[in-house]
Design a binder for this molecule. Structure first.
Ligand code: NAD
Length: 397
């Protein structure tokens, strides 16, 4: 079949296997060019390993540190005329590349919130790796199924006050205004349940109890603070409440992890185009402005540049530089005064007419397309391609 992007709202319902493999290939190349991180972990579990920061972390661990990796994700293989999800194609490509490089890489596809999947992961670690040195929790999920079968949903809403903003239509480049009423307390609680620290704690408790965390094991989770202009919808919104809960969970985890001399860290990452970020109201304007100025200043990074810098900080032997809340800061370049001054000065000026000049909407749109495997100059999108790409899974289908 010939696969083209099919965009609906902020979603693209198709993905291209060769373009997704190209994305993985480019990330691997960046890690290899950045040099070996010799003191890095050698056995790594990544929860949320198929997209954005999780996939980039897995690539850095494998190709920067030579680590054996187990990847947990929730992705969809191709069926009939429907392509697989981008994360499926990228995980398949990563696995092929890791195996070709002589690295262990095994995948688990299913609901990471479930006790069954946690047990399957533990069984796999015991069978193949014995223990893990690092656990990267990089899940971004819209909903969580609880053990009683009920489904809790996360929302992206302001807290306390309504939100008025705008979003850019990916297809037309038109601006559409967005008005959101403040979240109810139930919506705040539900978002914390899905995206807060509880499931991270459950994972670590299960892994610890099973004896599969190596002495000195480190675990990380990712958060975002961002700019004042996005605080009303992000940091001060429902998702921000969930992110505050990660800081609580990181502190709480120090206690049980002491049994294995382990540590838990929250890392503050840069705002980037990922599946999860593309759904946040107002984020398209912010990221388009951010990309414009960071590219101009030569400080723009993608996910893999960020995770590689993170690993270099974590494993270079120096004392870790933490902020007053104990977090690692990889958003330092994003938050530099000159970068934020540009964003703030242009935030209210963006219109459909000047979008292409004052912002990097073209780069934002390209990042969106490339996330789905499109718009890579190296790929022939007119060629027939089989959408079915196989991947061996240790659990799931
Ligand atoms: P993403 O959408 O690219 O990846 C999410 C991952 O979670 C995928 O691997 C997906 O398969 C997996 N997943 C979702 N639901 C699952 C489930 N029920 N079971 C198993 N796997 C599941 O997201 P991302 O943007 O890389 O986000 C990862 C983390 O990074 C999040 O905590 C996010 O808040 C944080 N972060 C993102 C940004 C950004 O700008 N994108 C910035 C800072 C921090």
């Amino acid at each position: 079949m010939i696969i083209k992007p099919r965009i609906k709202g902020f979603l693209c319902t198709t993905a291209h296997p060769l373009g997704c493999a190209m994305d993985v290939q480019k990330q691997i190349a960046h890690v290899q060019q950045s040099g070996t991180i010799a003191a890095g972990p050698k056995r790594v579990l990544v929860i949320g390993a198929s997209g954005g920061y999780g996939l980039a972390s897995r690539i850095t661990a494998a190709f920067g540190c030579g680590a054996a990796t187990i990847g947990v994700f929730f992705e969809r293989p191709a069926v009939k005329n429907r392509t697989a999800s981008p994360g499926w194609y990228k995980s398949a490509a990563f696995t092929r590349q890791a195996h070709a490089a002589g690295l262990y890489a095994t995948n688990i596809n299913g609901d990471a919130f479930s006790a069954e999947l946690k047990q399957a992961t533990i069984d796999l670690i015991k069978r193949d790796l014995g223990q893990v040195d690092m656990v990267i929790y990089s899940l971004a999920a819209p909903a969580r199924q609880l053990p009683d079968g009920s489904l809790v949903r996360s929302t992206l809403k302001p807290v306390g006050e309504p939100f008025e903003g705008a979003t850019i239509e990916l297809n037309s480049g038109e601006l559409r205004s967005v008005s959101l009423e403040p979240a109810s307390q139930q919506e705040v609680n539900d978002t914390v349940k899905v995206m807060g620290g509880e499931d991270w704690e459950l994972w670590m408790a299960a892994l610890l109890e099973a004896g599969v965390l190596a002495d000195g094991c480190m675990t990380t989770n990712y958060t975002y603070l961002g700019s004042e202009v996005t605080w009303p919808i992000y940091y001060h919104g429902t998702i921000g409440k969930a992110k505050e809960d990660l800081d609580r969970a990181a502190r709480a985890l120090q206690v049980p992890l002491a049994a294995v001399h382990g540590k838990a860290y929250v890392a503050v990452m840069k705002g980037l185009m990922t599946q999860a970020a593309s759904a946040i109201p107002g984020m398209s304007i912010y990221l388009s402005l951010l990309f414009k100025i960071m590219k101009q200043k030569g400080s723009h990074e993608g996910c893999v540049e960020q995770t590689t810098r993170l690993f270099q900080n974590l494993f270079n032997g120096d004392a870790l530089q933490l902020d007053e809340s104990g977090r690692l800061r990889l958003d330092d370049w994003e938050l530099q005064d000159d970068i934020q001054a540009f964003v703030k000065a242009n935030w209210a000026k963006v219109t459909a007419d000047n979008l292409m000049e004052i912002s990097d909407f073209a780069g934002y749109r390209q990042a969106f397309l490339q996330m789905h495997g499109f718009d890579f100059p190296e790929v022939d999108y007119e060629a027939e391609i089989d959408p079915e790409v196989g991947m061996t899974l240790a659990f799931g289908a």
